[in-house]
Design a protein around this ligand. Structure first.
Ligand code: FUB
Ligand code: ZN
Length: 645
């Protein structure tokens, strides 16, 4: 009895933690800075066209035509190829929302008409199955990605509806969702996607249409997970079933770690966070907290991405954070940002935004070249000079994911409660929205993340309070209102809390000191042991061969060395470069030598650039984690015999 009472108290305290901020849509945020604006511009003017062309070359339109014509041969692409087209259309819709473009709008409508022509009478739509194996429809939810593609279609359709007000895409999505609902909804048979994604998509569809069917369907998909449906589907005896890869190993409420396939895991957790926001299910809330802690304390790369291993595109064990072989799929960084964003809104705690920021400014950004036309799928933290971006991929999930994320980036910047504006990211530009049923106009001047000074000026009077994120990396932030320093501003859950009212022209200035920090990893992270990474603000830096005369492998960055950051217009389109006092120690040659004088380290300057910008110039080695002292030489040859016989 006492135990039950204690459990009830613990559960209701989980609910009490919920704050539930609402996101402010990216369409209310105009980005005008030196960091994101150029990226958004390239995204809109280069990546969109590039992607539409790559879809043509990859066969995405061809397979739509084949399916529309009822053809049964000639398919090109993977089983989830439709999702690439949908993600591109989602990204395109976001650009249409901020930059109306009649030509692009027409092209989009033509593609939507093509998609409509594929849809079967009952609402089904999946080119791979329609062409290759119509009889295999819904037979293998674990692997066949029908529900995953449906999810991406729904997200795209919602984005298109919001951007254009047209229903042409939304109607297709609703028809398909209705079919899925009839089959797998609350009154249907068991089943959930092998690759989560549909869960978050249905949530968006619910918000857009206010049709509760989509909420109930998403809820079922999240809550049923872990009932070993895939074992039943594949007739795998339970004693031989390991559902970890699909997060189907334990009931959803019981997860303790982030595990399995990285993108699947973070998309599912994002869906669970959406659901917990509505149901306030204390066990779901506890699970989210537990798994978040495991992710942040033991499994995330310093660059904000997740998933160390190529073999399962996902997780292995705690602290497995390799550098050269880090997988860190671009989609996984994006998925992490999506999950973190939902956690931040749900719990109203700035610590979640720290992770969102790291994922967006590092892991995600490295996924795309500065010209917006080539991409990383895998994002290692070290390279011997042979890892480069590609124009597209056979498995092309990452490029369109970057496209849609950059196009809608403004959506991560602000949130609101019924009486406060929450500033999560510091991005120069204008906010034009409503908070507490009043207009909220803010003009933000900053050179963040190159500089930590931010000045926010109200363009209209407002009674709303302000919550300004004090990033986890920022020590000694200072705040001023209309030039008058606030001696000790209140900090709550990582936010500086300021109350209104504000007059038009009032200015709040925040100064976040941004020294270059030498970071170290938990000693259990073997690959980072004895090494240091450099972080300045939210940016992780790396040494690239092109900037350095010493071979990258010989560079040593001693503890407490000095750093000189400077904005360099001529480097990578304009970035803050960090010059560091480093040493260079070439590995000794041990051929036929047992002893030799210790090599004297040469003092050298090492030049570091933001990780998100690497591999945009001459190919060469790259390293995020540099040694603090010369690492022991790798040796080959006979080892010392054991004295124990
Ligand atoms: O399975 C669809 C996508 O392809 C996943 O999200 C990526 O990891 C890649 O495997
Ligand atoms: Zn991907």
């Amino acid at each position: 009895m006492i135990t039950a009472t204690l459990a009830a108290i613990a559960l209701s305290s989980a609910q009490a933690d919920l704050v539930k901020y609402d996101p402010i849509p990216f369409t209310d945020v105009r980005i005008k800075d030196r960091f994101w604006q150029p990226r958004q511009e390239v995204n809109r003017t280069a990546t969109v066209e590039h992607s539409l062309q790559q879809l043509e070359e990859a066969g995405n339109y061809l397979v739509m035509r084949l399916a529309a014509e009822g053809k049964r041969a000639g398919y090109k692409g993977l089983i989830f190829t439709d999702s690439d087209l949908y993600k591109v259309l989602e990204g395109v819709s976001y650009t249409l929302a901020t930059h109306p473009d009649p030509k692009l709008d027409k092209r989009t409508d033509e593609l939507i008409a093509l998609i409509a022509s594929v849809q079967m009478k009952d609402g089904y739509l999946n080119t791979w199955h329609q062409v290759n194996r119509p009889e295999g429809r819904w037979k293998n939810l674990r692997d066949d990605h029908e529900l995953y593609c449906a999810g991406h279609m729904i997200e795209a359709a919602v984005a298109h509806h919001k951007a254009t007000g047209k229903r042409n895409f939304l109607d297709i999505a609703v028809r398909f969702a209705s079919l899925i609902d009839e089959r797998y909804g609350p009154n249907g048979e068991p089943g959930y996607p092998g690759h989560p994604e549909l869960e978050v998509a249905l949530f968006k569809l619910w918000k857009e249409t206010e049709d509760d069917r989509w909420f109930a369907l998403s809820k079922k998909m999240v809550e049923m997970r872990g009932t070993h449906f895939f074992a039943a589907e594949h007739k795998t005896p339970l004693e031989r079933y390991n559902g970890t890869y699909w997060l189907d190993d334990v009931p959803i409420h019981e997860h303790k770690e982030i595990k399995g396939h990285a993108v699947r895991a973070a998309y599912l957790l994002a869906g669970a966070a959406d659901l917990a926001r509505e149901t306030q299910d204390p066990e779901m809330i506890s699970m989210l907290n537990r798994v978040w802690r495991n992710a942040i304390e033991k499994r995330i790369f310093i660059t904000g991405g997740i998933g160390p291993s190529r073999s399962n595109e996902g997780f292995t064990v705690d602290y497995d954070l390799p550098t050269l072989t880090a997988y860190q799929e671009t989609c996984a960084s994006i998925a992490m940002a999506q999950w973190g964003q939902r956690m931040a809104l749900l719990f109203g705690d700035a610590k979640y935004v720290d992770s969102v920021e790291m994922a967006l400014y590092n892991g995600m950004l490295s996924g795309v070249a500065l010209d917006g036309k080539s991409f990383f799928y895998v994002n290692p933290l070290a390279s011997q000079g042979n890892h480069h971006r590609s124009k597209w991929f056979t498995c092309a999930c990452c490029p369109p994911n970057v496209l849609r994320t950059i196009a809608s980036l403004g959506g991560y910047v602000y949130a609101r409660s019924n009486k406060q504006l929450v500033v999560n990211l510091y991005v120069g530009g204008d906010l034009n929205t409503t908070v507490a049923n009043e207009p909220m106009k803010l003009s933000v001047k900053t050179d963040y993340p190159w500089d930590g000074r931010i000045s926010m000026t109200f363009g209209a009077p407002s009674k709303a309070g302000l919550r300004l994120r004090n990033p986890g990396w920022a020590q000694g932030a200072s705040l001023a209102i209309n030039g008058k320093k606030m001696p000790s501003p209140a900090l709550e859950k990582g936010y500086f809390v300021l109350s209104g009212p504000w007059r038009k022209g009032d200015t709040v200035s925040l100064d976040l000191p941004m020294p270059a920090l030498q970071m170290e990893a938990h000693p259990s992270a073997q690959d980072d042991r004895g090494r240091t990474a450099v972080q300045r603000g939210p940016l992780i830096y790396c040494a690239e061969q092109v900037d350095n005369t010493s071979p990258i492998a010989d560079l040593v960055l001693p503890r407490g060395t000095s750093f000189k950051p400077s904005y360099r217009k001529d480097v990578l389109g304009g970035v803050v470069v960090i010059d560091a006092q480093a040493e260079s120690v070439a590995p000794p040659n041990w051929d036929r030598t047992l002893y030799q004088p210790l090599k004297v380290a040469k003092k050298v300057k090492a030049t570091l650039v933001p990780y998100g910008y690497w591999d945009n110039r001459k190919a060469g080695a790259m390293e995020v984690w540099l040694p603090l002292i010369p690492p022991p030489a790798k040796i080959s040859g006979p080892s010392v015999p054991s004295t124990k016989g």
